[in-house]
Design a protein around this ligand. Structure first.
Ligand code: VGL
Ligand code: ZN
Length: 194
């Protein structure tokens, strides 16, 4: 049975991190089962009355510093305006979704959706103080976003069944969850990941 979704209201934001083709099976930097987050997130996206729905996307120029041909750790991925950078076609983002672009500076990476994107200020401007975060990848951009959000003073809930790890090293995903919990994030549903 699917887990129940808590009651969300105007102080809540749903933050969908980087659910893009390149992070799904068949993409340039595939996360195992990355596409499995889509139906789970769609259930959350169907909840009405939240303060904001936010969707970030990794949005790199072709010569980005994180790419292997510039000595970075990753194969070329999420190049601006390519199919790989598009949101997964089944993700049902509402029309009023705030789209956040990150990683557009060729010489700097931005794993967190709150890293100098203006999102923190925009959320505070709407008196949103509670974030529900899922997406890809658990151990990279979701991790960075959750830790930044905690630093910024938000109450943070990781939607654990709406995220998957890239697991460059085995166990990276599990370690990321531990780190987020220790930093103060609530892991939803708490029971399954206790
Ligand atoms: C990501 C690796 C490189 C992510 C972005 O969205 O988690 N991972 N760029
Ligand atoms: Zn990237």
């Amino acid at each position: 049975m699917a887990d129940p979704i808590p009651e969300l209201g105007v102080r809540d934001a749903l933050v969908v991190v980087d659910v893009q083709n390149d992070f799904c099976p068949g993409g340039a930097l595939p996360v195992a089962e990355g596409d499995r987050v889509v139906p789970v997130l769609n259930r959350w996206l169907a909840v009405v009355g939240v303060g904001a729905v936010v969707a970030s996307r990794d949005w790199h120029p072709r010569n980005h510093v994180s790419f292997e041909d510039r000595g970075g750790p990753w194969p070329r991925h999420c190049v601006q305006n390519t199919r790989g950078a598009a949101f997964h076609p089944d993700l049902r983002l509402p029309g009023e979704t705030w789209i956040i672009h990150k990683g557009s500076d060729p010489d700097r990476d931005q794993y967190s959706a709150l890293d100098r994107t203006g999102l923190t200020e925009r959320l505070r401007g709407r008196s949103i103080d509670r974030l529900w975060i899922g997406g890809l990848a658990l151990d990279v951009c979701v991790r960075a976003t959750v830790l930044d959000a905690l630093d910024a003073g938000f109450e943070v809930h990781l939607i654990a069944d709406a995220t998957r790890a890239v697991d460059v090293e085995p166990g990276d995903g599990a370690r990321a969850i531990d780190e987020m919990r220790r930093a103060g994030a609530a892991i939803e549903p708490e029971t399954r990941h206790a």
